[in-house]
Design a binder for this molecule. Sequence first.
Ligand code: KMH
Ligand code: ZN
Length: 312
Amino acid sequence: MSRNVIITCAVTGSIYTPTMSPHLPVTGPEIARASIDAAEAGASIIHLHARDPENGRPSAKVEDFMNFIPQIDQASDAVLNISTGGSSLMSLDDRLAPARHISPEMCSLNMGSMNFGIFTLKRKYEEWKHDWEPELLDATKNTTFKNTYEDIEMILQDLGEKGGSKFEFECYDMGHIETLAFYFRKGMVKAPMYVQFVLGVMGGIGASAENLMSMKAAADRLLGSENYQFSVLAAGRHQMPLATMAVILGGNVRVGLEDSLTVPPGRLAISNAEQVIKIRGIIEELGYGIAEPDEAREMLDLKGRDKVNRYE
Ligand code: KMH
Ligand code: ZN
């Protein structure tokens, strides 16, 4: 039986840096344009981080988010999904400020503390556009991406229970699925859950077909297949192959320059929309359809666009 697949596009993130690709959106207008084009290409959810418009450094300032949220909202009906992960070097309070302000239909929720190593990206480059880039990459050798039980509970209560946002549960390892199951059993998380299996981040599970199968089997067992939808995000060159596997396994996909700067067979993607078009083509070739934003809203039981604070 045919079904429709949700494409999420994560347009800029906080992992890659401006030196690594001239196509990485940085300013408000660039992030807005990238998001609108990705939505037009078929993404029904846009996962958003902000950057300092002067130098591209990851930013959690509400004003930087407000330089693209209204524009995206006016030009498309895509679901806005605001990161609460920010970057592993930000404090939790800073990370949460944009989602607290916007009260989006969706936001990310990282399901455990971990080493989030991006220092190995440094070796490919000799010259940098900005001093902060190599410094930030190096700093991830000695920082923990902190997502304690207390942090998770605070986000579930503040943004979920009070704000009505639903979550993209970012699971980088098997234990993160166990933690999600713990909160589901406690009644602090309700079905339908949207679980993002994240593969290939250094410090988390590796990007392989076997690992994806194991994560899905664990989620089926611990959460119950009727209680959740899954999506797959694989870092770097693994992005398209594992997204394709996600579709075949009954799941959804996430692409975007947050997770990979390239398109197969390994050249820089010229835009986020290019990655959306690539995975959309694969999905349609396999005989599946694309979920429109309102269908994604229904599948994930979202509160609706009218309950998002976009403007102040
Ligand atoms: N950067 C991805 C590996 C978040 O924004 O909360 C995971 C992510 C985290 O998207
Ligand atoms: Zn993110």
